[in-house]
Design a protein around this ligand. Structure first.
Ligand code: SAM
Length: 296
């Protein structure tokens, strides 16, 4: 442990000297977190998670005394963060599409870019009220399934992952959100053991080319299995596309999150496998292609 404040204080035997107030701790933590983008905000969130209070409540009582136990816990969290571990893993939850989701290092931290896929899927489902069988391939934390099932109350989703630890996290999220009766979580490779066909197939599969992973900060902490898309990043997407004609219902829609650099290769692959389908790309707010859409 090398959090300066605690190190200094633990050298002192008196219990009182181990305590400090929240305001003082926040100042010290902010200095320790200079390497992160928003050190002040992150320090407040970390403190809130240990005190089990919302940030506003933490800030309303900066004179609150912290116990030695809390200081010890805080020191560990700040050290982990200073070492590069993503904040959501420390807080053990994260927001996606307005939902509070449990996250652990067994799952990819849900990203804002995946909200594009959710928005497209919701728009299509609302326009097609009789199409209510969906699949979410590589469910991870359950972010996509949770958002879709929350907004479309009669939607049924077959959500798969080949990682059992990830499925446990997804299960916990569906339980908390009251979605277990409509989201079936199944351990398998892609959709291999599912009963289709599906009106909607959504997938945010790993798409980062393997050789790029070594340089990526996220790969130090997030499961490689959730990131590694093989040589060109399209290994899993290609396998899913190859199997998809069997799983996608006539006039069904498939939505696949891709990397911006795959704006040509991913649609080319889809057109080869679905020569008669409508294939297009959706762009994010920066105008980058991030979503491949196939209408069967
Ligand atoms: C990029 S993460 C996406 C997680 C979540 N859907 C999201 O959007 O936040 C990809 C997920 O696909 C799963 N996965 C990777 N290969 C798979 C395969 N062959 N079959 C099923 N799931 C797979 C990983 O375990 C991981 O949970």
């Amino acid at each position: 442990m090398n959090f300066p404040f605690v190190l200094k204080r633990t050298a002192c035997p008196r219990v009182e000297s181990l305590t400090t107030d929240a305001g003082e701790w926040l100042k010290i933590a902010r200095q320790r977190l200079t390497g992160v983008e928003q050190p002040g905000l992150e320090a407040q969130l970390i403190l809130g998670s240990v005190l089990q209070l919302p940030r506003a409540a933490v800030l309303a009582h900066l004179e609150r005394r912290l116990t030695p136990g809390q200081l010890e816990q805080l020191a560990q969290l700040v050290n982990r963060r200073a070492n590069g571990e993503p904040l959501p893993y420390l807080l053990e939850h994260w927001e996606f599409f307005g939902l509070d989701l449990v996250v652990t290092p067994a799952v990819l931290i849900p990203r804002p870019e995946t909200e594009l896929l959710v928005e497209e899927a919701l728009a299509w489902l609302k326009q097609h009220p009789s199409r209510r069988q969906a699949a979410d391939v590589g469910v991870g934390s359950g972010a996509i399934s949770a958002a879709l099932a929350t907004h479309i109350p009669d939607l049924r989703i077959c959500a798969t992952d080949h990682s059992r630890p990830a499925l446990r996290v997804a299960q916990e999220n569906m339980r908390r959100l009251g979605l277990t009766d409509r989201v079936s979580l199944l351990e398998m490779d892609l959709l291999s053991a599912c009963r289709g066909p599906f009106d909607l197939v959504a997938a945010n599969l790993p798409y980062i080319p393997s050789k790029r992973l070594v340089d990526l900060q996220v790969a130090r902490f997030e499961p490689a299995d959730a990131l590694d898309g093989g040589n060109d990043g399209l290994r899993l997407i290609e396998r899913l596309l190859a199997a998809a004609p069997r799983w996608l219902a006539p006039d069904g829609q498939m939505l696949l999150e891709i990397e911006a650099g795959q704006g040509e290769s991913a649609p080319a692959l889809a057109r080869k496998i679905f020569p008669y389908a409508e294939v297009d790309l959706k762009t994010d707010l920066a105008g980058l292609p991030r979503l491949l859409r196939i209408v069967n």
